[in-house]
Design a protein around this ligand. Structure first.
Ligand code: SF4
Ligand code: SF4
Length: 365
């Protein structure tokens, strides 16, 4: 399935132009030939909540079509394959590896590198793998302050002795090793070469089905493509037509402050909806539930820093001049980093906190 690799690494169906081996068999021979080998694929999770794995299961009966079209040879969350099974594959033998989750530990980086070697194409699946996602917000803190909080300061830490797990512990029975907890969270493409991206937190069933159909089809998009809509969410939101021609904001409202009018654009009502700067494809699921878009489908093409784009968009809408009014409007966004970089801090230009993180008991940064 790569498409950018030597032909010898391609699965048999990739040269046919009719990728599903069963479709090929029935078209060419009326079903009399034995089935061709299905393309092998792997699914793996790194720093992930598991939602992306569940999203695959949420395909419901369409999962059966996936199973019919491909041979899943590695999927730790659902099947009992071992890492050694992957290591035993020839380089490039997998047609594709779908990897969700960001990279935070040495084990995740090693698995990503292994799957990269074995796969013709690597697909960063979901916001965490593509942009760093929610786990990427940990980049607002240093590794040391996270460990300090988790093992000493957190309210649920009752023993108070501050003991931290060792990366290596030797016992008479043998040596136990834990992965290294890296200094920061990285996106998948900050660790390995990535061929395609599937947006969403998690990707919706339709997004997944469309992405699979694109990958299994003969007409592949250029390497680096995001397999999703190329238009903003507003374009597919049914409230878009209620937006005034010139939209301005005089104040920003928190979602709990008002009961929004159901048939009116949320942004028009002062609720910070990031639909204008977010890639569409989710069919405005959150907006349909009267919740604003928080940006999980990521930036549109050509945008280098999603958060900066969102800040610029909101700033351009604010119709306030007096400094006190500007301050009041900005104060209604109590967590700017969490609002604008909720899914994309590791992929942003800054990547992580630039000032030293506050240390427990120390001066605030
Ligand atoms: S993209 Fe969202 S659903 Fe998928 S692993 Fe990350 S947090 Fe979970
Ligand atoms: S700003 Fe939000 S509510 Fe308004 S049209 Fe765009 S996606 Fe819909």
């Amino acid at each position: 399935m790569d498409f950018n690799r030597p032909t010898s690494a391609r699965p048999p169906w990739a040269t046919c132009g009719v990728p599903n081996p069963y479709i090929r068999r029935s078209r060419c021979s009326g079903g009399r030939l034995p089935p061709l080998a299905k393309p092998k694929v792997a699914l793996y999770w790194c720093a992930s909540c598991g939602g992306c794995e569940e999203a695959v299961v949420d395909l419901n009966e369409a999962v059966l079509d996936v199973v019919e079209a491909v041979d899943i040879v590695f999927w730790p969350v659902a099947m009992d394959f071992k890492v050694s099974d992957v290591a035993a594959l020839q380089d490039g033998e997998l047609a594709a590896a779908f990897i969700n989750g960001a990279i935070r530990t040495s084990e995740q980086a090693e698995m990503a590198e292994l799957l990269r070697r074995k796969a013709g194409a690597v697909v960063a699946f979901g916001a965490c793998a593509w942009l760093g996602g929610i786990p990427g917000l940990a980049n607002l803190y240093s590794r040391e302050s996270i460990l300090e909080f988790v093992y000493r300061e957190s309210p649920s830490t009752t023993d108070g002795d501050g003991v931290r797990p060792l990366e290596e512990f030797r016992a008479p029975e043998g040596t136990v090793r834990l992965p290294h907890f890296d200094e920061d969270v990285r996106t998948l493409d900050q660790v390995i070469d990535v061929d395609y991206y599937v947006p969403g937190c998690p990707p919706t069933p339709k997004t997944i089905a469309d992405a699979l159909s694109t990958l299994l089809g003969g007409d592949l998009p250029p390497k680096g493509s995001v397999l999703g809509s190329s238009r903003s969410l507003c374009y597919e939101c049914e409230l878009n037509e209620t937006k005034p021609e010139k939209l301005t904001l005089t104040e920003v409202k928190r979602v709990w402050e008002i009961i929004p009018e159901p048939d009116k654009c949320l942004l028009t009502q002062g609720i910070l909806c990031l639909g204008p700067v977010t890639r569409g494809g989710c069919e405005a699921l959150c907006v349909k539930a009267h919740m604003p878009c928080t940006g999980c489908f990521g930036p549109l093409g050509g945008v280098q820093d999603y958060g900066a784009k969102g800040i610029a968009a909101v700033a351009s809408l604010l119709d306030v001049i007096e400094e006190a009014d500007v301050k009041a409007a900005v104060e209604k966004i109590p967590d700017p980093a969490g609002t604008f970089y909720r899914y994309s801090l590791p992929a942003s230009l800054l990547h992580h906190r630039v000032e030293p993180a506050p240390t427990p008991g120390g001066p605030a940064a």
